[in-house]
Design a protein around this ligand. Structure first.
Ligand code: AGV
Ligand code: CA
Length: 314
């Protein structure tokens, strides 16, 4: 067997978060050591059920899931949070009629600390939602930094336009950073390596009708059908980008862990605004904290990689 990397996965229950979990379970190079869910771009109950059902159907059914008790400052739109109910209701996840994958009795930030501390080797943290649980874990047990290989985070941007279009905001932030800007500040102050999959690269992988057609053509594979059905609930890019246009944000972030050759990154010295109309905005500054920002992706290589992983499912 090939050498496996320890990965701990914290997500916020969106379509692309749950598809990320599905894909992680297919990666031979990844040993998932735990999963946790935060109540950000989802409702935590259906998102937690869906996570455990995915572990049952597409994994070994033994991996533990924990729920976050941390709440951010700026809530996600309800329409987006509702996607978790759709995912939880998918027939392929409910054929069995029961859930066996265990639910942790400790909150997500403690679950993360325990998962990281008990492994002999270091762990890569994969975060596809806000950084709140990591910030809380760092405050509770600062020694975890010694056991963290790096953080791979979907969040932030250095472009003039972010993806937050809300009253009292100037539009420069990315949503995961905006939901809990202070958490980004706490994590930026910690002694850990950060790979940031920012809007620079995720803007290159929108959901389009052509991608949907590719999955429809191969729906005879149950895993590819799962991709196609899951992405049926969100709007693709057709004429122009709207506030609801869906990108493969988290899936790209997850793919960059399984196949780093797919992306290019560069170091940026960074700060973050934690208050005011630009809150959640990450920006370049002299003497800032170094972050490896993913700014480019092999588009076709990425879509082939995730579709091939989905084809492994029986
Ligand atoms: O900003 C991207 C993050 C990703 O972690 N999320 C969705 C992904 O899971 C928030 C988000 C931004 N725009 C959205 C989002 C949209 N149009 N629909 C749903 N979520
Ligand atoms: Ca997410």
């Amino acid at each position: 067997m090939m050498k496996q990397t320890n990965v701990y996965f914290n997500h916020d229950g969106g379509v692309d978060d749950l598809i990320s979990l599905f894909l992680l379970l297919q990666m031979d190079s990844v040993k998932l050591t735990g999963v946790s869910v935060i109540d950000a771009d989802c409702y935590i109950e259906p998102a937690t059920y869906a996570s455990r059902k995915i572990i049952d159907r597409f994994g070994d059914g033994k991996l533990e899931t924990a729920k976050s008790i941390i709440r951010g400052k700026n809530p996600f739109p309800k329409d987006w949070r509702m996607h978790a109910f759709f995912m939880d209701a998918l027939p392929i996840l409910n054929e069995k009629g029961s859930i066996d994958a265990p639910l942790s009795d400790v909150p997500a930030h403690e679950h993360l600390i325990n998962a990281v501390m008990k492994e002999k080797e270091k762990t890569t943290l994969l975060f596809t939602g806000p950084l709140s649980d990591l910030a809380e874990a760092l405050k509770t047990e600062p020694k975890i930094t010694e056991k963290i290989e790096k953080l791979v985070w979907m969040g932030g941007t250095y472009l003039p336009d972010g993806n937050v279009h809300e009253p009292e905001h100037d539009g420069t932030a990315e949503w995961n950073a905006y939901w809990d800007p202070e958490a980004v500040g706490v994590v930026f102050d910690a002694d850990i390596k950060i790979d940031m999959v920012a809007l620079e690269s995720t803007n290159q992988v929108p959901l389009t009708p052509a991608i949907r057609q590719m999955w429809a053509n191969e729906r005879k594979y149950p895993g590819v059908d799962f991709l196609g059905v899951s992405y049926a609930v969100v709007p693709p890019l057709v004429h122009f980008i709207t506030n609801s246009t869906y990108f493969l944000w988290d899936v790209l972030t997850t793919a960059s862990v399984g196949k780093p050759e797919l992306v290019k990154s560069k170091e940026i010295l960074s700060g973050v605004y934690t208050e005011g109309p630009s809150q959640g905005r990450t920006y370049e500054m002299e003497n800032g904290r170094p972050v490896n920002v993913v700014y480019d992706v092999d588009h076709d290589g990425f879509f082939n990689y995730i579709t091939d992983l989905a084809k492994k499912v029986k």
